[in-house]
Design a protein around this ligand. Structure first.
Ligand code: SAH
Ligand code: SF4
Ligand code: F3S
Length: 443
């Protein structure tokens, strides 16, 4: 039996693709094993920032001595990083024998069979057609998590934000058919999944390329009502496309659809938002937030923010800090701008120096840590029904789950609680997590 290991970097879309690849390999009769025993190591990598790519480069270097000694493992580089720099990786490292971009995961099983049959062969699966998509059919039943699963509802992105590599590596925006998504969620539920997160780079524009006026809110309602899933979440929302019908459906099906929205603001300055090609200004962003908070009081609101986009002045940056104070997000995914070759912002001459970006990033993180701590400590004493879905990281011996508003909660308890709903009272709040204790009543 062939042994494989798979390592996933990057966003939830890569996790989903990783689970699908793992499922396909297991269905082919392969066995998952620790990396140092594997004949095949799949590195499913990300390209969003230079640092993400560097992780894959450095992991690739680690195989040198084993390759010299045993002629193994064969490495497959997949995901967004493969589409962008897979050729260069294969040119540098002879153990990279398969390179497949994210639109080619369906071609992986036959390609792998070929690799094991012909030890000299190398396979490159990178189509230049940004609409081509070869999917791996079937639900990912081999998952990182037993009770939680992701389901991609639309591939790619058409927005071309100035800084972003995603449209180049994931291709054009293509919605999956509603029936296919519903079937996949049903199959996951039958496999024991209790919580599903629908994925897209811009879930709000789901359906815009389908013929019959079927929209994201239609899909949300249908998944909530027709699949038997207990908890439903989704990412990522685009502020320009977050229409009120989405929050209405969330409110109407609040027993299943979790009241949390990730609404990336990226900058608090209208000038920078324009340079970023985001398609909204701060006032429009404010209107989207108000519409969500009116319809879903107490909803969790998280965001993404970039500091140091080319041309960002101190004044622009102040406006981002002001936006954090104004909107009081539950969580901010902050990042220093990283130039991505081929995107429009990368070729601008007004790049912000590295040390200025770092200073701004630290300032954002310090401010947000204070805000999040204030929000989270104000939740002490509140109670939630929580799906206990994992062991807490770093061997703390604690269990974890998330509030409906998507905040991580750590609780003490036995592993028999995994995969169960529990009533939890919040006993403490830090900047990135809540502490809780189990109450006797569970739903
Ligand atoms: N589709 C989502 C985001 C996808 S990328 C959206 O529209 O918001 C995830 C996050 O990575 C982005 O929200 C952005 O904050 C960050 N990011 C993307 N490109 C980046 C770059 N070149 N440098 C730094 N951060 C970047
Ligand atoms: Fe990138 Fe913009 Fe598309 Fe998000 S919406 S994936 S930031 S291009
Ligand atoms: Fe990275 Fe690709 Fe996701 S670049 S963030 S893995 S869409």
């Amino acid at each position: 039996m062939h042994k494989f290991a798979i390592k996933v970097y990057g966003c939830q879309m890569n996790v989903y693709d990783g689970d699908k690849m793992k499922t396909a390999l297991v269905n082919m009769g392969w066995e998952e094993s620790p990396e140092d025993e594997a004949e095949l190591v799949v590195l499913n990598g990300c390209s969003i920032r230079d640092k993400a790519e560097q992780k894959v480069w450095s992991d690739l270097g680690r195989f040198a001595s084993r390759w010299k000694r045993e002629g193994r493992p064969t490495v497959a580089v997949t995901g967004c990083v493969a589409q962008r720099v897979g050729h260069a990786m294969a040119a540098r490292f002879p153990w990279v024998r398969l390179v497949a971009g994210p639109r080619h995961i369906g071609a992986l099983p036959p390609a792998l069979s070929m690799l094991v049959q012909d030890e000299e062969s190398r396979v490159f699966l990178m189509d230049d057609d940004p609409r081509a998509f070869i999917d791996l059919p079937g639900a990912p039943t081999e998952r990182v998590n037993r009770w939680r699963a992701f389901v991609t509802i639309a591939h790619g992105c058409d927005n071309f934000c100035s800084y972003c590599i995603v449209p180049y590596v994931r291709g054009r925006f293509v919605s999956r058919r509603p029936g296919e998504i519903l079937d996949e969620v049903r199959a996951l539920v039958a496999d024991g999944v209790l919580e599903v997160t629908l994925l897209g780079q811009n879930v709000n524009s789901y359906g815009s390329d389908l013929p019959d006026g079927y929209r994201f809110s239609s899909l949300l309602r249908n998944v909530a009502v027709q699949t038997g899933v207990r908890l439903l979440r989704f990412v990522t929302s685009h502020p320009r496309d977050f229409t009120p019908d989405i929050a209405d459906v969330m409110a109407a099906h609040g027993d299943v659809i979790c009241p949390s929205v990730n609404l990336p603001i990226q900058s608090g300055s209208d000038r920078v938002l324009k340079m970023m090609n985001r398609g909204y200004n701060l006032d429009q962003y404010r209107a989207a937030v108000s519409s969500i908070r009116e319809r879903l009081p107490g909803a969790g609101l998280t965001t993404d923010l970039i500091v140091g986009h080319p041309g960002e002045t101190d004044d622009d940056f102040r406006r981002s800090l002001d936006a954090l104070e104004e909107f009081r997000f539950d969580l901010v995914h902050s990042a220093a701008y990283s130039p991505r070759e081929g995107t429009s912002a990368a070729s601008r001459e007004d790049q912000v120096p590295g040390e200025v970006k770092m200073r701004r990033l630290n300032e954002v993180n310090a401010l947000q840590a204070r805000i999040a701590r204030e929000i989270n400590s104000s939740l002490v004493g509140s109670e939630y029904d929580i799906l206990i879905d994992d062991l807490a990281p770093r061997g703390s011996g604690l269990l974890q789950g998330r509030t409906p508003s998507d905040k991580v909660v750590l609780v003490e308890g036995g592993e028999e609680l995994l995969g169960r709903f529990a009533r939890v009272e919040i006993t403490g709040g830090e900047s990135w997590r809540l502490d809780g204790r189990l109450l006797p009543a569970s739903r």
